[in-house]
Design a protein. Structure first.
Length: 194
């Protein structure tokens, strides 16, 4: 069993309740995957296999967590009450049976060779028509019109949505005046936050 002395140091500094929990989980990982490597990432013990993340564990003041890097390997409690696959672990009794954990470790190892699931991309938003009052205000200011035309579709959409969302005519007129002024200076709608 190849262990990282930094993990030993981490375990030595934990509250007394956490040491047997994380020591037991660590032993199970090494039992199932003898070639696993230990490392410290973000101040927490991680298990890697061939340079790929397999699992991690961590302790806090009143609970521990253990989680698989690929969520498909873990248990049903993932994310409901803590950051790990077994929720908030406060004692060895909170863990599933060793056979269950061993099966999940094997699943996690098998999933390392599988490509990650592809994310479904959201359909692009359709282009918005520039309202007539905003178009007229831009036409009266060539510099603002040039800036508006040079913006990406998302930047133009932000301005159009901002103007259209105004409920009162006075608010809409104020927003158009402000928008034209900002675009005259070459600024995006939310330039202050960029």
């Amino acid at each position: 069993m190849a262990t990282d002395p930094r993990v030993d140091t981490y375990l030595a500094g934990l509250p007394a309740f956490a040491v047997p929990i994380l020591t037991h989980l660590r032993a199970l990982v090494h039992q199932v995957v003898p070639s696993v490597d230990e490392t410290m990432k973000w101040g927490r013990p991680f298990f890697t296999l061939d340079g790929r993340m397999l699992a991690m564990m961590s302790a806090f003041k009143a609970h521990c967590i253990f989680g698989f890097w690929r969520s498909e390997a873990g248990g049903p409690d993932r994310g409901e009450s803590a950051g790990g696959d077994y929720g908030r672990i406060t004692s060895l009794a909170d863990l599933p049976a060793d056979e269950v954990i061993i099966g999940q470790i094997r699943t996690a190892v098998a999933q390392l060779d599988m490509p990650p699931a592809k994310r479904v991309r959201a359909a692009p938003k359709p282009a918005l028509e520039t309202p007539a009052d905003l178009a007229a205000a831009l036409a009266a200011e060539p510099e603002a019109q040039a800036t508006f035309d040079a913006f990406s579709p998302s930047c133009r959409r932000e301005y159009v949505e901002w103007v259209v969302e105004a409920k009162r005519p006075e608010t809409r007129a104020n927003r158009i005046a402000k928008a034209v002024g900002q675009m005259r200076e070459g600024k995006k709608l939310n330039y202050r936050y960029q």
